[in-house]
Unconditional design. Structure first.
Length: 228
């Protein structure tokens, strides 16, 4: 475990999460296994991340089916959006959404690494009014970025920059596995407004920008497109 991570990067030590991550790394895991493990890991990691990012306070009074009154609980911040990074971030949407008491808006960012330069290229963006600086529509207090892997960090940093320019007040990145150098690069993009939560950390990248030992191309493993 690295001891040189920035203060806005958090590495989970949950034993069940670590065991499931080791299963996810295995080449013997089927596409169904990969989907299930990502779901379970996201639930554990998301619980830890949201416990840090959210606070609760007393809300309005309600009544139980037996007619007894009780004080409800509200969350702060109250406006939260999810932004999965296409394609593999889609696998983390359902488990993270299930942790929140009300369904959050879900916006999508499509980013890929250009093979020769490994630099991020945006090919899809459906953030509301992201092309207009004159809109009066408010952006969320908290935006949660979902992406299973942070490799070179370029894609994550580009997403953070885009969301900062969009106007979100805080960013929470939930990622299953990261390369130490890439995580540090992403964490430095907007350190005062961004927190990154990880299940695991690798120290090496291959020449193609893949984590070593890593867990392969998650999108290919999920959607059975290996060798495309």
């Amino acid at each position: 475990m690295s001891t040189n991570l920035p203060p806005n990067v958090h590495l989970s030590t949950h034993p069940c999460l670590l065991a499931k991550l080791s299963q996810l790394r295995s080449s013997s895991a089927s596409a169904r296994d990969v989907k299930t493990l990502i779901n379970e890991i996201t639930l554990i990691l998301g619980t830890e991340a949201l416990a840090s990012a959210l606070t609760s306070s007393p809300g309005p009074t309600d009544s139980t089916p037996l007619g007894f009154s009780y004080t409800t609980t509200t969350l702060t911040p109250s406006t939260i959006s999810l932004v999965p990074i296409l394609r593999s971030g889609l696998s983390m949407v359902d488990p993270l959404s299930s942790l929140l008491p009300t369904p959050p808006p879900i916006h999508h960012l499509g980013l890929f690494r250009e093979p020769s330069t490994l630099l991020p290229v945006e090919y899809y963006n459906n953030l509301p009014n992201h092309l207009s600086s004159s809109t009066t529509e408010s952006t969320p207090d908290l935006t949660i970025v979902l992406d299973p892997v942070i490799a070179t960090g370029g894609t994550c940093a580009a997403a953070i920059q885009t969301l900062k320019e969009w106007g979100t007040k805080r960013i929470l990145v939930v990622s299953i596995l990261g390369a130490e150098s890439g995580v540090k690069l992403a964490a430095a993009e907007w350190p005062e407004g961004t927190e990154i939560w990880l299940a695991g950390l690798d120290t090496e990248l291959t020449e193609r920008g893949m984590l070593k030992p890593g867990m392969g191309d998650v999108g290919d493993r999920l959607f059975l497109t290996i060798g495309k």
